[in-house]
Design a binder for this molecule. Structure first.
Ligand SMILES: Nc1ncnc2c1ncn2[C@@H]1O[C@H](COP(=O)(O)OP(=O)(O)OP(=O)(O)O)[C@@H](O)[C@H]1O
Length: 276
């Protein structure tokens, strides 16, 4: 385990013995331990129904409509997140980008971003958060007055990530950001995730596209039926071999090069924005 229970600092998340039940019937998570070290990218892999989204819901506090009960510990920056609602979790610096993007189609790009910046204290904080989002996603700046629903799927994913980044998170949790996107757009989203991490934000990344996730991540966990079945550093060839043998159905396709060795696209110079 990385870091000790109770010793978490900013950007570091520690999950211990986490269990989650829906309606007292479905046991979605059972005894899950997971560490997100400050400044790292951790991939959470696993087949459909393994419990990945449930883990994110437990951390972000998005459980209200799910009749879910949580046991165990989720520690962030020295305090427990268990039992906090989503708004308070965001205020603490832990923000989720939900699966399926869920942007507001009839609101403009700018209005969608405004919703993400509600926890910011001052107008100045809001302005600088928006500038950084536009720096990271120039296409959102170009289309700021357009309804979100007119954006392409990839641009809507950018808007969903941008909206989350408006809260200046120290921990960003992404639920299948590559879902439904073309290979080229997946590579762009992977670059964006790398840029966000390079600016100091820790990232917990759920992906069905394991090739993408493993290329980005420092550590990986594989969930199966609500339990961690495999975990370790992605630099460990033994672990990677095991992940591929156990789980990976997908191999990189041409045009889907998202690995650490892929040629870097020119990136704008970005300022560090995670809270410190
Ligand atoms: N709101 C809910 N009420 C009852 N059961 C649920 C609910 N949400 C998820 N489940 C069940 O909990 C288990 C874990 O689901 P979860 O969505 O967390 O898995 P997942 O790994 O994210 O899968 P996927 O990749 O398909 O999204 C599954 O058996 C699922 O059917």
């Amino acid at each position: 385990m990385i870091g000790g229970r109770g010793s978490t600092g900013v950007g570091e998340l520690e999950i211990a013995d986490l269990a989650l039940n829906y309606g007292g019937v479905v046991r979605a998570l059972n005894g899950v331990n997971l560490s997100l070290p400050a400044g790292s990218v951790v991939a959470l892999l696993g087949p459909n129904g393994a419990g990945k989204t449930s883990l994110l819901r437990a951390v972000s506090g998005n459980l209200r409509h799910h009749r879910a009960s949580v046991k165990g510990e989720i520690r962030y920056a020295g305090t427990s997140l268990v039992g906090l609602g989503p708004a308070e979790t965001v205020r603490r610096g832990v923000v989720q980008v939900p699966e399926g993007r869920r942007i507001f189609a009839s609101l403009t790009v700018e209005e969608n971003l405004t919703l993400g910046g509600q926890a910011l204290r001052s107008q100045q904080d809001f302005q600088s958060a928006q500038e950084r989002v536009f720096e990271l996603f120039p296409v959102l700046a170009e289309r700021r007055k357009q309804p979100g629903g007119l954006l392409s799927g990839g641009e809507q994913q950018m808007l969903a990530i941008g909206r989350a980044m408006m809260a200046s998170p120290s921990v960003l949790m992404l639920d299948e950001p590559s879902l439904g996107l073309a290979p080229k757009m997946i590579a762009t989203i992977a670059d964006i995730i790398r840029s966000i991490n390079a600016m100091g934000t820790s990232i917990l990344l759920i992906e069905q596209n394991a090739t993408m996730a493993l290329a980005l991540a420092h550590h990986a966990y594989v969930l199966g039926l609500g339990r961690v079945v495999l975990s370790g550093a992605t630099s460990d060839p033994g672990l990677m071999g095991e992940v591929r043998r156990l789980y990976l159905g997908d191999t990189p396709h041409e045009g889907e090069v998202v690995g650490k060795s892929s040629p870097a696209r020119p990136r704008p110079t970005l300022t560090r924005w995670a809270r410190s």
